[in-house]
Ligand binder design. Structure first.
Ligand code: CMX
Length: 419
């Protein structure tokens, strides 16, 4: 069904892009100044992304829907929305869920590889190794070898992508149980949806944890095209590497502490606060603690953002969940106090362009409350969700025939002589 809908929509999108290029191909979209070349290309408009947009003052907008208007939808619904631009009806949703179920079995070689890795491997390393190793089963790679036409690339990217999304929850749950000695792997339960089944395979019981996973895996799905993980994944995919290689590449970027790994860093920081003060500190104590950290040259994890200039709506959604379910918890109350303390401290310090919390500031306290205390696992949850956004972007880029990524670099000597 998904295939059919995309087959109908893609020619329309292709026509639209063709006429945009024809009519506006020579229009300027911005200027680039020298400091941007040395500044992580921040603010340079250099690529398109159809699945989502991030506005500085509103945050994530998925296919035209502001995030806080659609926090009730399931991860499968958001995957469908990212890919097609529309929310699925009941039949379309059941069809996608059936496809995910039919591809959820995990090849045995994955477990052998994971079991052979050093016992203290970071769960993110285990995840990307597992995803990358499925390259051997890539339909895109084998069809490419057979010589399929360019117009069919997106179809096999989608096929690999659906298989990857179907398997990633079982792989991630297996990593959790193996890495943290939780006992045997737990078989999937086909009566559950994708996120509920993931919670079940992890072995963490309770309806509230399932609700949290549904929200978590929905909220982290996409954040336009220029962030480290999306951009790295897309760049690798633009060389026509398979979704397995490309998603693994993106997730290796997500595993950096300034990006997705900030969610583990953030909870580590909150627990440091709790242990230091033997519970939740006063605002004054918290303020001093933050200043000491900044004066030691360290960042406050979970705060700041390269694009946002407002509290991240993903943070707001997690806080709403926390206020409803765990408002009296000590760790959650430290997270709430940080919201009152950190922005004025960062403003007074005057370095961070955005003093507000990002997605990583609140999620860890919720996971911790429900017994998911192994915080070096948290970025794996982010990854499961982000795989949906990366795959959607790859399918669309392939369908639109976006060529290999190759921006031009210049030397400092060139800048000195030419500007
Ligand atoms: N604490 C302390 N200093 C901060 C800060 C924070 N939370 N956020 C930014 N700054 C500092 C930067 O380190 C930089 O300092 P220098 O000039 O000494 O290098 C200065 O403020 C300017 O940075 P910026 O332009 O505001 O931010 P960037 O676009 O360069 O970086 C980000 C954005 C997210 C990496 C940065 O805000 C940060 O390090 N935050 C903490 C880590 C974090 O929460 N990351 C998760 C982001 C969400 C995600 O991608 O998952």
């Amino acid at each position: 069904m998904l295939h059919k809908i995309l087959s109908e929509k893609i020619p329309i999108w292709q026509d639209e892009i063709r006429s945009v290029i024809q009519e506006k191909g020579n229009q300027k979209v911005g200027d680039v100044i020298v400091s941007q070349l040395y500044g992580g290309m921040r603010g340079i408009k250099g690529l398109t992304c159809e699945t989502s947009a991030v506005s500085a003052d509103k945050g994530l907008i998925i296919r035209g829907y502001p995030l806080l208007d659609i926090t009730h939808i399931s991860p499968e619904e958001v995957f469908y929305l990212l890919l097609t631009g529309d929310l699925p009806n009941d039949d379309q949703l059941s069809d996608l869920q059936a496809q995910l179920r039919s591809h959820q079995n995990i090849p045995d070689y994955i477990w052998k590889i994971l079991e052979a890795m050093p016992k203290d491997s970071h769960p993110m390393t285990m995840l990307t190794v597992a995803i990358q190793s499925m390259q051997v089963d890539s339909l895109f790679a084998s069809k490419y070898d057979e010589g399929i036409p360019k117009s069919d690339y997106w179809k096999w990217t989608l096929e690999d992508g659906i298989r990857l999304v179907a398997k990633v929850t079982g792989i991630a749950a297996g990593i959790y149980r193996l890495r943290f000695n939780k006992g045997d792997r737990i078989a999937p339960d086909n009566s559950m949806d994708w996120s509920g089944n993931f919670a079940h395979m992890m072995g963490i019981e309770g309806d509230d944890f399932k609700k949290l996973m549904r929200l978590y895996l929905m909220l982290h799905c996409d954040h336009e095209g220029g962030n480290v993980s999306a951009f790295s994944g897309l760049t690798v995919a633009s060389a026509l590497s398979s979704p397995y290689l490309s998603v693994a590449a993106g997730l290796n970027g997500l595993a950096g502490p300034l990006h997705g790994l900030a969610n583990q860093e953030c909870l580590k920081f909150v627990l440091e606060v709790r242990d230091h003060f033997n519970g939740a500190p006063s605002q004054e104590e918290m303020k001093q603690f933050c200043w000491d950290r900044l004066n030691n040259g360290r960042v406050i994890p979970g705060y700041g953002h390269a694009v946002l200039r407002c509290p991240d709506p993903r943070y707001t959604a997690f806080m709403e969940f926390g206020k409803e379910h765990i408002k009296d918890d000590d760790v959650f109350s430290i997270v709430s106090t940080l919201f009152d303390v950190v922005p004025p401290v960062l403003q007074e310090q005057g370095k961070a362009k955005n003093p507000w919390p990002n997605v990583d500031a609140a999620s860890g306290s919720l996971l911790y409350y429900y017994g998911l205390t192994e915080f070096n696992y948290y970025t794996v949850l982010f990854s499961i969700s982000r795989a949906m956004g990366m795959i959607s972007q790859m399918v669309i880029n392939r369908a639109m025939g976006i060529p290999i990524t190759r921006p031009k670099s210049v030397t400092t000597e060139w800048i000195k002589s030419n500007t």
